[in-house]
Design a protein around this ligand. Structure first.
Ligand SMILES: C[S@@+](CC[C@H](N)C(=O)[O-])C[C@H]1O[C@@H](n2cnc3c(N)ncnc32)[C@H](O)[C@@H]1O
Length: 204
């Protein structure tokens, strides 16, 4: 989906998003452990792409900084970046699109894309994953959280249209882009929370 359209939709709801989803309280402990397992020992640049209010970026910064990681949160939405900079002053945040990053090839140690690839059109996903692979060092880690589904299809997400993906199909796309699956997890519907999937992959 056009990043300008996504940006405008999130900007319009940014305050509400920060209030309801902008803290570590909403991150499932299993997800946090998985993220830490795969991004927790990275040294060098680690990017939280589509970082939203920045709580996961700050968490990663807090846990990885001493070990030599340099964490940056990047998001399309200026309101999220302004909020994150104000709340987490020691952490680096940038306004930018995950579809147009200018990091040199093979320089990024780890990437978190937590529910930010959900707005990428299926036809564009391969290109986006190839860009992430290009930026990562060989052996670099990618962790992606997304909505799980039986088929790849769009649905009316609260903010703007998103896609759910069958996890096998997502992993196939990752393999085609030069990643190797390292770990996956799925959870079914929990209350109002839609079925969830996460894949951790290594750049090969
Ligand atoms: C569902 S929210 C998830 C935010 C955050 N990762 C979290 O866990 O709360 C999706 C986020 O992805 C961002 N996003 C979507 N498309 C993007 C793009 N092309 N580049 C950068 N950020 C993007 C949105 O602005 C929004 O902050």
């Amino acid at each position: 989906m056009n990043p300008d359209v996504v940006q405008r939709a999130y900007s319009a709801l940014a305050d509400r998003y920060v209030e309801t989803l902008g803290t570590m309280d909403v991150v499932h402990p299993d997800d946090l452990r998985l993220i830490e397992r795969h991004l927790g020992r990275r040294r060098g640049p680690v990017l939280d792409l589509g970082c939203g209010p920045g709580h996961l970026t700050a968490h990663l910064h807090e846990h990885l900084h001493a070990a030599g990681a340099d964490v940056t949160g990047i998001d399309l939405v200026p309101e999220f970046v302004a909020h994150a900079r104000a709340i987490y002053p020691g952490v680096r945040f940038e306004v930018g699109s995950l579809t147009g990053l200018d990091r040199p090839d093979g320089t990024v140690a780890g990437v978190l894309a937590w529910y930010s690839l959900i707005h990428v059109e299926p036809a564009d996903l391969d290109t986006v994953l190839a860009q992430l692979r290009r930026m990562l060092t060989p052996g670099g880690s990618l962790v992606v959280g997304f909505f799980d589904g039986e088929v790849c299809e769009p649905f009316a997400h609260t903010v703007i249209t998103a896609h759910r993906w069958p996890i096998d199909e997502f992993v196939r796309r990752l393999s085609a882009a030069g990643f190797e699956e390292v770990e996956r997890a799925q959870r079914g519907q929990e209350g109002r929370r839609r079925p969830h999937a996460v894949v951790a992959a290594r750049a090969v």
